[in-house]
Design a protein around this ligand. Structure first.
Ligand SMILES: [Zn+2]
Length: 166
């Protein structure tokens, strides 16, 4: 799955969460920001990914220790992101309630990436360290025009949902 598809799906899911939770517009914006960022994080385990090329000093050790689509593509990682974010906010004395939409967006975007990779033939080790790979490949995505079409549809969908939060 292309990085643009992950980002668009992360944005769509984050805005969907904002709508479901009836958050005010500023919080919806933070959720969206977190969703976009979170959708990029799992592929930090691949030095040639969009984020891996920008943060090679983090990406290479993770890739060396765990390989691509290892620990970063698991429920363990989603829980870890939530825990690390809330622990950092607490440590830095930042109001947890005000920053929670950003943390929630990160987790939603992260989880959306896992769902996206779940739909590919390689699947994901959702229950890492248990090595079972979860997959439900959508063969439609192997068609060359499907991902650009999905990206466009997801951004239009996210825009529509965002308009409903105001
Ligand atoms: Zn991935």
């Amino acid at each position: 799955m292309m990085v643009a598809t992950h980002v668009a799906f992360g944005a769509f899911c984050a805005v969907g969460a904002a709508l479901l939770l009836h958050v005010p517009p500023l919080a919806a914006g933070l959720l969206l920001l977190g969703g976009v960022a979170g959708s990029l994080l799992p592929d930090l385990d691949h030095p040639k990914s969009w984020l891996g090329r920008r943060l090679p000093w983090i990406s290479r050790p993770i890739a060396y220790l765990f390989g691509h689509r290892g620990i970063t593509h698991s429920l363990f990682a989603v829980a870890g992101i939530f825990y690390v974010c809330t622990a950092c906010l607490h440590e830095w004395g930042i109001n947890l309630g005000q920053a929670m939409p950003l943390v929630l967006g990160l987790c939603v975007g992260y989880a959306s990436h896992l769902v996206g990779d779940w739909l590919t033939p390689a699947g994901i080790p959702l229950l890492w360290p248990i090595r079972i790979r979860f997959r439900a490949p959508l063969m439609l995505f192997s068609l060359p025009f499907m991902e650009p079409l999905a990206v466009t549809g997801l951004w239009f969908g996210a825009g529509f949902l965002m308009s409903k939060t105001f």
